[in-house]
Design a protein around this ligand. Structure first.
Ligand code: GRF
Length: 214
């Protein structure tokens, strides 16, 4: 399976994917900013990198057209958005629907959009987490493949909470890509995802704050 990763910045999810020893070929890492830190990390790890600089285009349509042309050159089976901070046009999303995935730092459908950790703290939720999902035209709303849950701890601020979530992002994103590469991920007619041959998580739970032990 040929995979193209799209990044905008730090690239820690990309790094986790590149290091995960997945049964895929990383055809390219594409950044929309020449200064994206992740591009250097990708190069150091031997992945081909390309820049499609969004500031050189006069609108979303022309940028998305150039981005699609660059993606298609690599003939990917899967496009992985890893901190790619551009809203994509409907046409672009439809072109790749079913073979483009994203990671979002909340337990969707809670807290779509930006500043998810701040929103979680403000809402007072006691668990938070991250979600890998297929990308559909509605932002942060596509079929969910895998989620990880973390506790929100007293004394948390955005930085601490983000770090706890990010550690789980680095686990679930490679897992999702591996399942897809193994042909085990299917979107069902109702729009939910079935992953075949996974042990269910029954009997495991996270209660937050932890209940008294009596
Ligand atoms: C992650 O929190 C991811 O969930 C969100 O953007 C951030 C990207 O971080 N979509 P990195 O570039 O992978 O380090």
């Amino acid at each position: 399976m040929r995979v193209v990763i799209l990044i905008s910045g730090r690239g820690s999810n990309m790094e986790a994917l590149l290091k995960a020893d997945l049964p895929v070929e990383f055809a390219a890492v594409i950044g929309n900013r020449p200064d994206a830190k992740g591009l250097g990390i990708a190069r150091d790890l031997g992945a081909p990198t390309v820049v499609v600089d969004h500031t050189r285009f006069d609108g979303r349509d022309s940028f998305d057209a150039a981005l699609a042309a660059e993606i298609d050159r690599h003939e990917p089976d899967l496009i992985v958005l890893a901190g790619f901070m551009r809203v994509l046009t409907d046409g672009f999303v439809r072109r790749y629907q079913g073979r483009m995935i994203n990671i979002h730092p909340s337990l969707l459908p809670a807290f779509p959009g930006l500043h998810t950790h701040r929103s979680a703290l403000e809402a007072g939720v006691k668990v938070h987490g991250c979600t890998v999902h297929f990308v559909t035209p509605e932002v942060d709303a596509g079929p969910i493949i895998i989620q990880a849950v973390v506790p929100v701890l007293s004394g948390d601020d955005e930085v601490r909470l983000a770090a706890r979530v990010l550690a789980q992002e680095h686990r679930i994103y490679p897992q999702a890509v591996r399942w897809i590469a193994e042909g085990r991920v299917a979107v069902q007619p109702g729009g939910t995802v079935l992953v075949t041959d996974v042990p269910d998580a029954s009997g495991k739970s996270l209660i937050s704050p932890a209940p008294d032990n009596r």
